[in-house]
Ligand binder design. Sequence first.
Ligand code: GLC
Length: 471
Amino acid sequence: MGQMGKMPCSLSSVLERVIMVEQILSEFRLKKEQLKEVMKRMMREMDRGLRVETHQEASVKMLPTYVCSTPEGSEVGDFLALDLGGTNFRVMLVKVGEDEERGWKVETKHQMYSISEDAMTGTAEMLFDYIAECISDFLNRQHIKHKKLPLGFTFSFPVRHENIDKGILLNWTKGFKASGAEGNNVVGLLRDAIKRRGDFEMDVVAMVNDTVATMISCYYEDRSCEVGMIVGTGCNACYMEEMRTVELVEGEEGRMCVNTEWGAFGANGELEEFRLEYDRVVDETSLNPGQQLYEKLISGKYMGELVRLVLLKLVNEELLFNGEASDLLKTRGSFETRYVSQIEGDSGDRKQIYNILSTLGVLPSELDCDIVRLACESVSTRAAHMCGAGLAGVINRMRERRSPAVLKITVGIDGSVYKLHPCFQDRFHKVVRELTPHCDITFIQSEEGSGRGAALISAVACKMAACMLTP
Ligand code: GLC
C-alpha cells in the first residue's frame, strides 16, 4: 500500500473536495416522505394492473401465475428443474420424497451452463436448442437419459399465463433479446427444441417465475411465506392475492400467486423526479430503453454501471483520480456489480478498494478510495431503499385486503445483490419495516429456490393432473 499516491493538497482543500462530492452524491438520498410516495404510486399501479379495465396501460402488470392456495398435496419422485433467467442456465435433478417429521424431503443435483451473449441475443430457436443441448448433457451425466421425467421450468421473465404449463413471453428483460420468442408460448419453444433433438423426452408440467419458485420453496419451510422476491440480475416480487381481486382470471375463492413484474414500474412516468442523469444514461444505452425503469435503479445488472457513471462524473468535476479516468473505467460495463459489494465490504484498510481500482487501471490515493466507497454506498443504499418502498407497498396491500390487526407474513428472498452485498439486507429490512406499521415481517433466504420451487410446484401439478384423470 506504500505506493499509494498521496494528494498534494491542504486540509481545507480536502474538506472542500469532500463537501463537493457529498453534494453530488446527496441526490441519491431519499427522504422517508419520498419513499412513501414511491410506495403509494407502486400500490396504485398494482391496483391498476389487477383490474381488467386498466390492466393494458398499467406499468405493473400483476400477472396471474395459476399457482393457487388450495393445496392438492404432491407427488413424490424425481423431477427435472430448469432455471433460465440470468447469465447462467441451470439444470437440476430434484428428488421429492416423504419425510416422517416434515412430510417431505428434497434432494438436488445440479449443473450450471453459461449462456453466451450470442445465445441471449440470437434467435429463440438457437437459445432453446442450446437449452435442450444442456439438458441432454445433464441427463447423460446423471445416466437418466432413458427416463421421461416431469419437468418444472423456472423462466424468469414476464409471462402471460393461460395455465400453469402455458404462457407467452411478453417481453425480454435483463439483456436477453432472442428474436422470435416474444409473443410465443415459452413451453412450446422448449418442447419444440426437445423434439428437434430427439434424443430424450420430457413432460413439461409447470412453468414459474423465479419469484414464484422462491416463494414456493420457502413456503415449504414456513407456511406464512406468501411473498417471494428477487434482487439479483433483475428485481421482482410475487405474492398471494385474493382471487376475487385477480380480475384477469375467473373465480372468487382462495388466493392466487401474482407475479407483479414490478421491475417495469416507472414506464408511465411514476419515477421521473427520482431518476438521475446516471439512470438516464444506463437506460438509454440498454437493450430495452424506456422499459424496466424501477429495476434499473435497483438490480445487479445495472448497479455497477451506475457506480461507474458516478465515478466518471466525479472525475470530470476533478474530484477524483486527479481528474483522470483510465480507458478501462471509461468503458461501459467495466465496473462489475460485485465490486460494489467488495468495496463496501472493505474492512477499513482500503486494500480491497485499492486492488479493485488498480485492476481498472487507476492508482488511487486514500481519499480517492474513500470517495469511491461513498459513491458505492450512495448507489446501493438508494437501491435498497427503493426496493424496500416497493415491498412495503405489496405488504401494505396484503394487510388492507386481509385486514388483520397485525399482518404476520414471511418473505422468501433470493438473488446475488440481496445475498452477497454486505449491507443491502439491513438497509432494505429497515425501510420495509418503517413503512409497514402493524405488520410482523420475517425475511428468509431461499436456498436453491429456483430449482427446488420449480420441482415442488411440478410435484403439485402432477398430483392435480392425476386427480383430474382419476374420477
Ligand atoms: C426481471 C424479470 C422478472 C424476474 C426478475 C428477477 O425483472 O422480468 O420476471 O423475476 O428479473 O430475476
